[in-house]
Write a protein that binds this ligand. Structure first.
Ligand code: PHE
Length: 366
């Protein structure tokens, strides 16, 4: 009896002193485990006479109950402490200045797209989108390039083997111009939208990659003319390059979806091997560089978009985003844009916290 009492006290003390779940489990095995002394004591009851059992049982059962209760309480306490400790260890201090952990950066193309959207939003343009996997009708036919049009061949199109359910070819869009058609059909006129995004052509060298980026612009209203187009592009480029001396040259050209069509060139000079926009392209030490195509929307395209060309006029333009990014931020190889080399990104990438805004400046500060 006293033996059981003293052993129980010793077990309770050991349980109270256990500093880990492992130590506690060892103590449990020693007492209540199959071969633990409490279990063995309980087994002896079976061989006793009823009188002996009545005398011995209460002490053993009380020892078992006290030890079991102590084990359970200690286990809960140790688990709570472990959780507390883990929570304290894994705390994230949200008050730390974010610059303390500069991880990741914004790709120049994304940065320039944000800058574009910001500037054009100020001019009243919304952003429109369309699928990169297009059908032949939106990419070509609705843009006044029917099946036999020679301009189709010039686009080096990636075709899919499948066709749409109504028999149209499926392709990777070769330009952002199909978004003109989608936006007209969805929103009608008047409308002012830009559509930045990826486009694809089977072409690859130092200045061409099979995937690149364009931004389409489209304005449809009454009485729209080429002067609106030129003012819009000039205003955009002045804001984008953050300089007033931007000179544009509109050079007569041809696109099936615009009439008249003009190519947009910007004057630049070479400074220390780097192209710097600004100035008249015919001035000494200057030249012209092509930035994209544009023109008055062809009446057939307006009609394909469900608009009456007798009532509405529009202009549209398409600019190479990668090209204007290279020009603004002084990068010289287009292919590096898509290599995913973290060192290049570290050099040219932008802080995620540096959002382009008109008030703070759309140009990124390094
Ligand atoms: N879609 C033409 C291209 O990819 C550019 C363009 C857009 C020209 C809109 C005129 C009007 O080359």
């Amino acid at each position: 009896m006293t033996d059981i009492t003293s052993r129980t006290e010793a077990a309770l003390a050991a349980i109270a002193a256990a500093s880990s779940l492992d130590a506690l489990e060892a103590e449990r095995l020693e007492t209540l485990g199959k071969k633990g002394w409490v279990s063995l004591e309980l087994k002896t009851l079976g061989g006793m006479s009823p009188e002996e059992r009545t005398a011995a049982a209460p002490a053993i059962q009380s020892a078992r109950a006290r030890i079991a209760e102590a084990l359970e309480a200690k286990k809960a306490a140790l688990e709570a402490a472990a959780l507390e400790e883990q929570l304290a260890r894994e705390t994230v201090d949200l008050t730390l200045p974010a610059v303390a952990a500069p991880k990741g950066s914004v790709h120049p193309v994304s940065q320039v797209m944000d800058e574009l959207a910001e500037i054009f939003a100020d001019l009243g343009f919304a952003v429109a989108t369309g699928p990169e996997i297009e059908d032949d009708w939106h990419n070509f036919t609705a843009l006044n390039m029917d099946e036999t049009h020679p301009a189709r061949a010039m686009h080096d199109t990636f075709y899919f083997p499948d066709k749409t359910t109504d028999g149209k070819d499926i392709l990777l869009r070769t330009h952002t111009s199909p978004v003109q058609v989608r936006a007209m059909i969805q929103q009608g006129a008047p409308i002012r939208v830009i559509a930045p995004g990826r486009v694809y052509r089977s072409d690859s060298d130092a200045t061409h990659t099979p995937m690149f980026h364009q931004v389409e612009g489209m304005v449809i209203d009454k009485g729209i003319h080429l002067g609106h187009l030129k003012w819009t592009l000039e205003t955009f480029f002045k804001a984008f390059f953050e300089r007033e001396d931007i000179v544009l040259r509109l050079r007569p050209s041809y696109f099936p979806f615009t009439e008249p069509s003009v190519e947009v060139d910007v004057g630049y000079s070479n400074e220390g091997g780097r192209r710097v926009v600004g100035g008249h392209g015919d001035a000494p030490g200057h030249a012209w560089m092509e930035l994209g195509g544009s023109g008055m929307m062809n009446p057939r395209v307006l009609a394909a978009g469900g608009l009456d060309p007798a009532e509405w006029q529009g202009f549209a333009f398409g600019l190479g985003i990668d090209r204007i990014a290279m020009l603004k931020y002084g990068m010289n190889d287009l292919r590096a844009f898509f290599d995913g080399d973290p060192r290049w990104l570290q050099h040219y990438g932008f802080s995620p916290f540096d959002q382009p805004t008109l008030s703070a400046g759309v140009g990124a500060r390094a």
